[in-house]
Design a protein around this ligand. Structure first.
Ligand code: CMC
Length: 466
């Protein structure tokens, strides 16, 4: 736990108390069972609504009551009393780590958070011009390729092959070429790649738990590097003394976060870590079920998360609030949005037909942060007014309430993060849930292979075409 941040814990506990007053939390019998005998009966709607794809011990969402559980623990308690590192370990291993396990886990994550070879290759692309999720997906793919020459044991490779490592702070750029009019330095890195490729090792490791650690530790480094490159700065190396949350902020912004900022980012990462069989989790599990590897699977998760109906909504919520402009303009904007049958970003959910517990925490955190942030204060007040309007109309009619994406963007904006980085940050956290569910599913793997009902024609004849 990060010190001097009791105020954040207090806000989370208050949010929990409010939630517990407003909603009960008993499990739904059809979705919570100790033992399942396959095949099972379920009613399936479009978009696989109601379909049961697998069994899992990783987490549970009670959408009717607005209740989220990771491995038996209530999300409010995890947010109040644990760190993101502990939560990612919990999701992967089933239990919170002991002191010693946590120490070892953190050491491994720290080691895996240094990705000099991956960043070097990523920087050969015009990342600053790319969609940030596209860049993250490519970065993840490079991590996979690098695994073939063992980026994870980078120290050994460097020693044995006498490879020069790029200095990733601005003061030491040994690899920079002479300025030739390029927008940015071009890095070249040549070594005897073939000797380093060990395909057996690759496959074993790309399906194992250490690949999960590699991804959990590596995605923050890539995400931060993308943020830096977009503003024309070089990536910054992680600081081994900081948490994943602290490092994410540090590596993006170039300055050490305050304990409060680090803690709030830590809570945001905890809240986004897992969420049942959502689209990106399912996408990553489908890929894993073919016995492709975890890196490819995570790339699929990143691609699915990018969409505005899923993780991409957080960025768009901010644009919506900016478009509205101020609280007094909400009513007119909302009336028009309803007439145009516009989907309002940050509201509604396939599973939640109640207030999303994650939004119950992120709302007060956004309010807390906006006290010192005039611009975010106006956006927050606009958000509050919009929330009230939506709940009193769409809430009553269709059970539409704020979801996790409604307030996360305001939190990130107040932390000084640009909107195009919001969805990659979602991926930085969700990679814990993706990997945990993949590892769990692979133990009793069966390839996902649903069917479609054919509504096309038969007996069409081909006319002579040539
Ligand atoms: N604004 C206005 N109307 C909505 C909204 C919304 N945000 N969400 C759902 N509805 C209406 C929808 O128009 C439909 O009305 P009708 O029955 O009259 O046609 C009804 O509610 C059911 O909606 P749906 O689109 O069939 O519901 P779904 O379960 O297929 O979609 C959703 C869920 C999250 C994609 C949808 O609520 C949505 O598009 N929300 C906005 C985008 C968003 O905030 N996404 C983040 C989701 S939470 C984080 C994450 O998982 O990434």
């Amino acid at each position: 736990m990060i010190k001097n941040t009791e105020i954040i814990t207090k806000l989370i506990i208050e949010a929990k108390e409010k939630a517990y007053k407003e909603t009960s939390n008993e499990p739904e019998p059809q979705l919570v069972q100790k033992e399942i005998k396959w095949p099972i009966q379920c009613t399936v709607g479009p978009g696989l609504e109601g379909a049961i794809a697998c069994e899992s011990k990783v987490g549970y969402v009670n959408g009717t009551k607005g209740w989220l559980i990771y491995r038996g623990y209530d999300i409010f308690d995890l947010a109040a009393y644990t760190s993101y590192e502990e939560v990612s370990y919990l999701l992967l291993h089933g239990e919170l780590p002991t002191k010693n396990e946590l120490k070892k886990y953190k050491e491994t994550l720290t080691k895996f958070s240094f990705l000099p070879l991956t960043l070097r290759q990523l920087m050969n692309f015009p990342v600053e011009e790319w969609n940030t999720m596209a860049a993250l997906r490519v970065g993840t793919n490079i991590m996979r390729q690098i695994l073939t020459y063992r980026d994870k044991d980078i120290d050994d490779i460097i020693k044995s092959k006498n490879i020069k490592v790029i200095g990733t702070d601005e003061d030491s750029i040994p690899m920079e070429t002479m300025p030739m009019g390029e927008k940015r330095a071009i890095y070249e890195f040549k070594h005897n790649r073939d000797k380093l490729i060990k395909s057996k090792v690759v496959l074993d490791e790309a399906l194992g738990i250490r690949s999960c650690y590699h991804l959990i530790a590596g995605l923050p480094t890539i995400t931060a590097a993308i943020a830096r490159l977009r503003k024309g700065s070089l990536p910054i190396e992680p600081d081994p003394d900081l948490s994943i949350a602290g490092n994410l902020l540090y590596m993006m912004k170039g300055e050490k976060p305050t304990p409060i900022e680090e803690r709030i980012m830590d809570v945001a990462l905890i809240l986004h870590a897992d969420h049942g069989m959502n689209a990106s989790t399912f996408a990553s599990m489908v890929v894993a079920s073919t016995l492709s590897d975890i890196y490819f699977s995570i790339e699929a998760g990143i691609a699915a998360l990018n969409g505005p109906l899923h993780g991409g909504a957080n960025e768009r919520v901010l644009y919506t609030l900016e478009e509205i402009g101020s609280p007094d303009k909400v009513e007119k904007w909302f009336k028009k949005a309803r007439e145009e049958k516009r989907k309002i970003m940050g509201f509604g959910h396939r599973v939640y037909k109640a207030y999303d517990p994650r939004a119950r925490i992120l709302g007060p955190l956004a309010e807390f942060l906006c006290k010192d942030h005039k611009e975010v204060r106006t956006l927050f007040k606009t958000a509050k007014k919009l929330e009230k309007m939506v709940i009193s109309t769409l809430g009553k009619e269709k059970k539409i309430f704020p979801n996790v994406d409604f307030y996360s963007g305001l939190v990130y904006k107040a932390l000084g993060i640009p909107p195009e980085m919001f969805t990659p940050i979602f991926a930085v956290s969700r990679v814990s849930g993706w990997t945990a569910r993949i590892i769990e599913y692979l133990k009793h793997n069966r390839i996902f292979r649903p069917r479609a009902i054919y509504t096309g024609e038969f007996n069409k004849k081909i006319k002579k075409r040539r």
